[in-house]
Each structure stands twice: as structure tokens, then as C-alpha cells.
Design a protein around this ligand. Structure first.
Ligand SMILES: [Zn+2]
Ligand SMILES: [Zn+2]
Length: 226
């Protein structure tokens, strides 16, 4: 199979690896920017950014990289070109976030079953499995299809995902929970998941994503959480 489909870097096309050393170095060497302490989005004002006020159910947002350049290509190639060899690459970079903070259960953001059937996998579940993260005692399900978040305002995004998730199984009483996704934008999806998990007794809920979008994704290929 390697002869038919030689591995190529999803960012620059170089042969030899699904994500080459120089693109990986570029991703990691991104110059630091001022960030909101809560959501880690770009913010150079005092305290938290105003966007965080809408994330009442979350305890914070963590991410490996900003959703741009090589990191963005990793996410998009997995989601739309099904480049499964990038999963271990993304997982390797996510690992330190889980080393830094102890979580009792990690919940991948679910896709609607019809979306998962179409794609054949849920990228958040693949990352969860690759990292061998602790399972919740029940299952978070997406019970309603939602529109692509990228085309909506922040108020529209919250409304779009309201009531989209349900939890089945044993409660999460007192557990420190993380929600795992490939990319987080406004946090509206993660916040709605967190609301449902808190209703089940979760003591804290933190969103952990491979990439953190700094708002304003405009092109259809940035369709998030559809
Ligand atoms: Zn490359
Ligand atoms: Zn913020």
C-alpha cells in the first residue's frame, strides 16, 4: 500500500510522513500572542475576553495550537480528506494537555449519527482512543442535527446547538470532566455539551481541543462541528 499511496505531508506535500518535521516545527514555533486566560483566544485587554461570558458551563478552554497554517491543515485533512495517519500526530501534541491536568473522564464531542455514517468516523473519538483517555460512565449523544456553525453569529451558534445533546448512562457525580474535540471556535458547542454534563453532576468541565480558532472563520471548508 505504501507504494500505491506513499505518505505525504498534509500541509506541504513532502513525501515521507503525514506531517513533516518542518511543518511541525512551524506549527510549534508560532510567535506567542496575548491570550484570554479563560478561553485562550486572542485577547490583549484586561482580565478575560467578553466572549467568555457566554461560556458559563465551562471551566476553561485548552488547545495545542491556533487554528491556522499547518495546524488548520491537519484538522481539515482529517475531517474532509480522511487522512487517518494524522491522528497519532495530533494525539502526540494533545498528550501534554492531559499530563498537565487530571481528568476523571474525557468525553469526545459526538457527531449526529447521520453525519458519522457519512464520514465513517468521529475525529474526536479517534483522538480519544489514540490517547487511551478515561471513558465516562455513560454516553453523550447528539440527538439533533445542527447547521454548520461557521455561518452563524455567536447568539445564533448558541441557539443552533441548544438541546442538541443528551446524556445516557450513569451520572457524573463529582467527576472532573474534559470535552475533547479537534477544533474549538466560539466554544458554543463545547459549552452546550458542558451544560448537559453538569446536569449529570460533573464537578468541572474543561474543553480540550487540538486547535483553537481565533474567531472569524469565513470559508465553507471551515465548517465546524457539522
Ligand atoms: Zn510539510
Ligand atoms: Zn476568553
Amino acid at each position: 500500500m505504501d507504494l500505491l499511496y506513499p505518505e505525504r505531508c498534509v500541509n506541504c506535500g513532502a513525501f515521507g510522513a503525514s506531517f513533516c518535521d518542518s511543518c511541525e516545527a512551524r506549527m510549534l514555533d508560532a510567535p506567542p500572542i496575548p491570550r484570554c486566560a479563560f478561553c485562550r483566544g486572542h485577547w490583549d485587554g484586561k482580565d478575560n475576553c467578553p466572549r467568555c461570558f457566554e461560556l458559563q458551563a465551562l471551566d476553561g478552554v485548552r488547545a495545542v495550537a491556533d487554528y491556522e497554517g499547518p495546524a488548520r491543515r491537519l484538522v481539515l485533512s482529517l475531517k474532509y480528506r480522511y487522512t487517518l495517519p494524522v491522528v497519532p500526530v495530533m494525539a502526540r501534541h494533545l498528550q501534554p494537555l492531559f499530563d498537565d491536568e487530571a481528568f476523571d473522564a474525557v468525553v469526545p464531542v459526538p457527531l449526529h449519527p447521520s453525519r458519522q455514517r457519512y464520514r465513517g468516523f468521529n475525529q474526536a473519538e479517534l483522538l480519544h482512543r489514540e490517547l487511551g483517555l478515561p471513558q465516562p460512565p455513560g454516553q453523550l449523544l447528539r440527538v439533533r442535527r445542527t447547521r454548520a456553525q461557521y455561518a452563524l453569529t455567536s447568539v445564533g451558534r448558541a441557539a443552533n446547538v441548544a438541546g442538541a445533546f443528551a446524556y445516557h448512562g450513569d451520572a457524573l457525580e463529582g467527576l472532573r470532566v474534559a470535552i475533547l474535540d479537534d477544533v474549538v471556535t466560539t466554544g458554543a458547542t463545547a459549552n452546550e455539551c458542558a451544560r448537559v454534563l453538569r446536569d449529570q453532576g460533573a464537578a468541572s468541565v474543561t474543553a480540550v481541543a487540538f486547535a483553537r480558532a481565533n474567531y472569524g472563520p469565513t470559508s465553507p471548508d471551515d465548517a465546524l462541528h457539522i
